[in-house]
Every structure is written in structure tokens, then in C-alpha cells.
Ligand binder design. Sequence first.
Ligand SMILES: [Fe+2]
Length: 157
Amino acid sequence: MITKNQIGLDPQKTKILAERLNELLANYQVFYMNTRGYHWNIKGDNFFELHLKFEELYNDSLVKIDEIAERVLTLGHTPLHTFSDYIGHAKIDQDRNVTLGKEAIKNILKAYAKLLPLEREILSISEGSADEGTNALMSDYIREQEKSIWMYSSYLG
Ligand SMILES: [Fe+2]
């Protein structure tokens, strides 16, 4: 008989999922700070439009950061919660002094190119673990980001 954890899932698979979710959390934390930087430092004709857009984006990241961290806890593990751990685990680069709207948007697209494969990897593990909670969360993120990629790419023309 396989021992299950407190929410009825395989503890070994859940551990792998929690590690990947922590990696995703670290990436979102860097993405969050990058988008705050764009919101603050952006200059030029589209300032008002992009300043608001980036605020919407970092607020969305904050919601996801909390959802991912609490999913890690729900799976019975501990979410990363220090800046040094985030930097150590994130694949998204930290941005500094981005003032051009198009550069910020290109960097957002580059960040999605790192977030999406990781979310798809988590989705494939959660599918194989009957972890519907993580599965549903990843499905939502993937669908939203695919749409965002279309929109930000359209902005670039
Ligand atoms: Fe602000």
C-alpha cells in the first residue's frame, strides 16, 4: 500500500512538485520586482498607458506569488521566502534602469518564455500525480500568459 500525505497524494511526487513550485515562486518574485521597476522608471509618450499596465501586471504577480506559496504549504512543504533564495532559484534575470517601453515589453516576453515552460512542466507532473489543485492553477496561468504573449507581441507590432 502506498502511503499518502494529508491531502491524499503521493508524498514523493508531491515533494518534486513543491520543488518546482518553489522555482516558479522564485521566478515570479524576480518578475514582480522587474515589473515594479518598469512601472517606476518608464519614460516617454506612452508613460501613462504603460505605467498603469505594469501596475496591473505586478499586482497580478503578487496574487500568483501568494497562490504558489500557499500551494507549496498545502502540499506539506515550505515556500521559499528570502531574497537570496529567490535570486538563487530564478532563471529570469534581474532588470535595472529600464526606461523604454518596448524594452520593458521585450523583457516581459522573455520572462514569459521562462515561466511558461516551467508551468507546463509542473502541469505534466501534477497530471501524473492526480494533483488536480496544482493542475488547475497551472492551467489558468498558462492560458492567461498565452493570451498576454499575443497582446504584448501585438504592442511591439
Ligand atoms: Fe505606483
